[in-house]
Design a protein around this ligand. Structure first.
Ligand code: ACO
Length: 331
């Protein structure tokens, strides 16, 4: 036994910024960003915090699932940008929504939500839980260097959530990592220990915690791994391209999604769902937000087979195949 998805929810910040808004203070253009990434606009935390968004997404997912916070047995939150190092974001959410169960965070960058689903499957296999809340949430705008045009234009903020119940709808799940600090990293707070003797790993006395990314290297890794992981996932689940109703890929760059789609001609390209145009790359929130959006549009029907696939800092990869049995919405 593993799980079924009972309900989904998502929340975006109220502040929406277009490419033209960014080109007012960065040396960039709407034309460049659209052509190289597919992004037209993104939502960024202004007044609200990532915890606020996580709670909104969680409460919506609970409503849709038809259960209360008191019914939850575990809360898992995937994030790399929790407001606090202590307590975890999962504990902040637990307190605010009024749950009483165990709660913890995991960090696998953009792959985090799918890592969390994989962990969730273990709790169901051990029959430790009936209802779980899994959240993917990030506010990368808070660790982006807003003078660095190569990262500032792609990252964005948001939160997505799913409430799980007992079921058998996880058909296969794969997680992986190929440790590589150099291509994508953001350092942590250093503190002021009088005993600290070492510099940061690259030798510099680095005080800043902004995100650094070798975009081309990540692009190469992402394009190759998304295709490879989707093929292997279908094999693991005993599926062919014809069985697949929709692919929900991490929304990092439209060109990465198009590349993966071109290498999997047996899945029609319109089956690859996107919202990167309007939302940018929201890291761990990317897939649960995409899932919630298309769920509420009435796209998914009972029995549909969904392939979810992500890659991210670490470097990490994660993919899973799900049978959709959630609440049915009208188109
Ligand atoms: N506006 C205008 N020009 C730009 C911008 C910008 N915002 N950013 C870079 N450029 C310039 C560069 O300086 C370079 O100029 P040059 O040719 O004069 O040297 C030129 O555009 C091409 O730069 P590239 O880096 O080669 O651009 P590329 O086509 O690779 O696109 C991008 C960059 C969008 C970052 C791409 O590499 C990418 O999407 N990589 C993957 C990133 C990703 O998926 N991250 C997800 C993981 S995130 C996580 O886990 C938290």
């Amino acid at each position: 036994m593993n799980f079924t998805i009972l309900g989904t929810g998502s929340a975006m910040p109220s502040l929406c910024k277009t490419n033209d808004d960014l080109s007012k203070f960065l040396d960039t253009s709407d034309e460049w960003i659209r052509a190289r990434t597919g992004i037209e606009q993104r939502y960024l935390c202004g007044e609200e915090s990532i915890t606020d968004l996580s709670c909104l997404a969680a409460e919506e997912a609970l409503r849709e699932a038809g259960i209360g916070a008191a019914d939850l047995d575990l809360i898992l939150c995937a994030t790399a940008t929790s407001e606090y190092r202590i307590p975890s974001m999962a504990c902040l959410v637990q307190e605010r929504i009024g749950a009483q169960c165990a709660a913890f965070d995991i960090n696998a960058a953009c792959s985090g939500f799918l890592y969390a689903l994989d962990i969730a499957a273990g709790y169901y296999a051990r029959k430790k839980v009936k209802h779980m809340l899994v959240i993917g949430a990030d506010a990368l705008s808070e660790i982006v260097d807003w003078t660095d045009r190569s990262t500032a234009v792609i990252f964005a903020d948001g939160a997505g959530a799913a409430v799980l119940g007992e079921g058998d709808d996880l058909l296969a799940s794969r997680i992986g990592a190929r440790g590589n600090r150099a291509v994508l990293y953001a350092e942590n707070v250093k503190g002021n220990s009088p005993f600290r003797m070492r510099d940061s790993e690259d030798g510099a006395q680095c005080e800043e915690q902004y995100i650094h990314m070798d975009g081309q290297e990540v692009f190469r890794f992402a394009s190759a791994s998304m295709t490879r992981e989707l093929k292997q996932l279908m094999k693991d689940a005993g599926l062919t391209g014809k069985d697949v109703s929709y692919v929900l890929p991490h929304q990092a760059n439209r060109r990465i999604i198009d590349f993966a789609s071109s290498k999997l001609p047996e899945i029609a390209s319109e089956r690859f769902l996107t919202n990167i145009e309007k939302r940018g790359n929201t890291s761990a929130a990317s897939i649960p937000v995409l899932m919630d959006e298309y769920n509420k549009k009435g796209t998914f029907k009972h029995g549909d087979i969904l392939l979810l696939t992500a890659f991210g800092g670490g470097l990490t990869t994660a993919s899973c195949a799900l049978r959709w049995n959630g609440k049915q919405y009208n188109k």
